[in-house]
Ligand binder design. Structure first.
Ligand SMILES: C[S@@+](CC[C@H](N)C(=O)[O-])C[C@H]1O[C@@H](n2cnc3c(N)ncnc32)[C@H](O)[C@@H]1O
Length: 273
C-alpha cells in the first residue's frame, strides 16, 4: 500500500513526460512526411496513435479497422492496399487464422514489415489491378480510403471486383472496406460514389447482401461497406463473432441470462477495462 502510494506518482510523471515527447516526435514526423514533397501514398498510423488522435479527438482512423473486424469470420484474410500495415497487425491478425496484406507501394510494405509484423501476417508488394495475391479467403478487406475513381478506371474497378469475388466464392466470404465519398462527381457515373446510395447500388450489382453505412468527420465523409453472397454482420443468420446483448444473433441459440467467456475479474487482471 505504502509502496504503491510512493511509486504511482513517479510512474504517472514519467508517463506524462514520455507521452509529451512521443507526441512531439510524431508531430515532427508528420511535418517532414507531409510538409515536404514527395508526399507518401499512405499514412503512417503511428502518427494518429501517438499524436493526432488526442489532439483532434477525431476517431476516423480507427473506424475502418473496427468495422472490418466485425466482419471477420476467423479464417484467412486478404487485405488489399494495406498501406503501413497498422490495421493488418492491430485489428485483423489476432482474429484471423492468417493475413496476407498487399500494397503496390514498396515503401509502404517496408514500413509495414518494420513496424507491424506478426507471425501469421505476410506482406507482399502487389498491384491489385494485375497481380492480386491468389488463394481462398473468408474475408477480403479493401480500405482504399481515397475516392476510388481518382485512382482506378471503371474497367479496372470491375476487374478488381471480379478478382475479389473469385477469392471469396469458395468460403462464402465477405468483402469489407472503406472509401471516402467523392465530391464534385459527374451525375450518372456508376463508378463515382458520392453517397451511400451510389455505393450500395454498385455493390448490389456484384453481391447478394450489402450493407453500407457512413460517418461524418471534419472535412471527411466516410463510407463503409460489408458485401457478400452469404450473410453479412447483423443480418439474420450471422453468427461468426458477433453476440448482441440478450443473446446470440444466431436463431435458436440464444444465450440470454447467462454469461459466457472470460470472467470479468480475469479480464481486469489481463489489462482489460
Ligand atoms: C489511402 S492509402 C490506404 C492505406 C490503408 N489501407 C489505410 O487504411 O490506412 C491507399 C493505398 O492504396 C495503395 N494502392 C494504390 N493503388 C494500388 C494498386 N493498384 N494496388 C495495390 N495498392 C494500391 C497505395 O499505395 C496506398 O498505400
Amino acid at each position: 500500500m505504502l509502496l504503491k502510494r510512493l511509486l504511482e506518482p513517479i510512474a504517472r510523471w514519467e508517463s506524462r513526460l514520455a507521452a509529451r515527447w512521443v507526441s512531439s516526435a510524431h508531430a515532427r514526423l508528420l511535418a517532414v512526411q507531409w510538409g515536404l514533397k514527395p508526399w507518401p501514398e499512405h499514412f503512417d498510423h503511428r502518427i494518429d496513435l501517438f499524436h493526432q488522435w488526442i489532439r483532434t479527438r477525431n476517431p476516423t482512423w480507427v473506424e475502418r479497422g473496427v468495422f472490418s473486424l466485425l466482419a471477420l469470420k476467423g479464417g484467412p484474410v486478404l487485405e488489399l492496399s494495406c498501406g503501413d500495415g497498422f490495421n493488418a497487425r492491430n485489428f485483423y491478425s489476432l482474429r484471423a487464422a492468417s493475413v496476407i496484406a498487399c500494397d503496390i507501394d514498396s515503401r509502404a510494405i517496408v514500413t509495414a514489415r518494420r513496424h507491424n509484423r506478426a507471425d501469421n501476417l505476410q506482406y507482399v508488394v502487389a498491384d491489385i489491378r494485375t497481380d492480386m495475391p491468389q488463394g481462398e479467403f473468408d474475408n477480403v478487406v479493401w480500405d482504399f480510403a481515397f475516392p476510388l475513381t481518382r485512382y482506378f478506371k471503371p474497367a479496372e474497378i470491375e476487374r478488381i471486383l471480379a478478382q475479389i469475388k473469385r477469392r471469396l466464392a469458395g468460403r462464402g466470404g465477405i468483402l469489407s472496406g472503406y472509401t471516402e465519398a467523392e465530391t464534385g462527381a459527374v451525375d450518372g457515373d456508376a463508378y463515382q460514389f458520392r453517397c451511400m446510395a451510389d455505393l450500395q447500388r454498385f455493390l448490389r450489382g456484384h453481391f447478394a447482401n450489402v450493407t453500407v453505412f457512413e460517418t461524418r468527420a471534419p472535412q471527411r465523409h466516410n463510407m463503409y461497406f460489408w458485401a457478400s453472397d452469404a450473410t453479412v454482420p447483423f443480418q439474420e443468420g450471422w453468427h461468426a463473432a458477433l453476440v448482441v446483448a440478450g443473446g446470440s444473433v444466431e436463431p435458436g441459440r440464444r444465450t440470454e441470462g447467462s454469461c459466457q467467456g472470460t470472467p470479468p475479474d480475469e479480464a481486469w487482471r489481463s489489462g482489460g477495462g
